[in-house]
Ligand binder design. Structure first.
Ligand SMILES: Cc1cc2nc3c(=O)[nH]c(=O)nc-3n(C[C@H](O)[C@H](O)[C@H](O)COP(=O)(O)O)c2cc1C
Length: 188
């Protein structure tokens, strides 16, 4: 069994319904550690060494967040910019993350059929997440198929509970190495 680190980011968690349901499921899943970025760093002053040490202890890293402007809340970007350092995450000697898996769990206001060429959002979720997939590739990581919950603002409690159960199964598969991957980690 591997260890999964959920890096969670929501700038207004007190108003969250969807991520709240997902986070509850994550925090009760064996082998999963939840790390809340906005709670830990409300001033955006990220402790890079602490974050790197946390990453080193886990086999898979999930970025869990609401989809904001086809991307993530700002603190995830800041975290990536600071934590994935040259010569640690990539570049000469930068192999700290090599062989691990990166994945994303997103909640989106848009319905699933909005995310296609003929739909209002024109691109698929995977296409929109390309910078994260390529970040994983550069760091020698695999990139698992994302867990996406769509149309979240119209989901009732039963639908949210169902989405949370699905998230738990997805996390367990990630932990056990059986989650479908969009990008496999390099063999060496
Ligand atoms: C600043 C902002 C940007 C958003 N951008 C998108 C978007 O690009 N695509 C989308 O489907 N939903 C978008 N939404 C809707 C959020 O994804 C949705 O409200 C959120 O996932 C709900 O999760 P929560 O209940 O945990 O807050 C956006 C919402 C906000 C506030």
């Amino acid at each position: 069994m591997g260890q999964v680190l959920v890096i969670f980011a929501h700038p207004a968690f007190q108003r969250s319904r969807a991520n709240r349901a997902l986070l509850r499921a994550a925090s009760t899943t064996e082998g999963v550690t939840v790390h809340d970025l906005y709670e830990t760093y409300p001033d955006f002053l990220i402790d890079v060494r602490d974050e790197q040490q946390l990453l080193e202890k886990h086999d898979a890293v999930v970025l869990q967040h609401p989809f904001f402007w086809y991307s993530s809340p700002a603190l995830i970007k800041e975290w990536l910019d600071l934590v994935l350092e040259y010569r640690w995450a990539y570049g000469e000697g930068g192999d700290a993350l090599r062989g691990k898996i990166l994945a994303q769990a997103i909640t989106a206001g848009g319905p699933v059929n909005a995310y296609r060429r003929e739909g209002p959002n024109h691109f698929t979720v995977r296409e929109l997440l390309a910078p994260y997939e390529q970040t994983a590739r550069l760091c020698g990581m695999g990139y698992a198929e994302a867990y996406a919950v769509h149309g979240v603002n119209h989901l009732d409690e039963a639908a949210l509970a169902e989405a949370a159960r699905g998230y738990q199964s997805w996390l367990e598969a990630l932990r056990d190495g059986s989650a479908p991957q969009w990008l496999a980690p390099p063999s060496s």
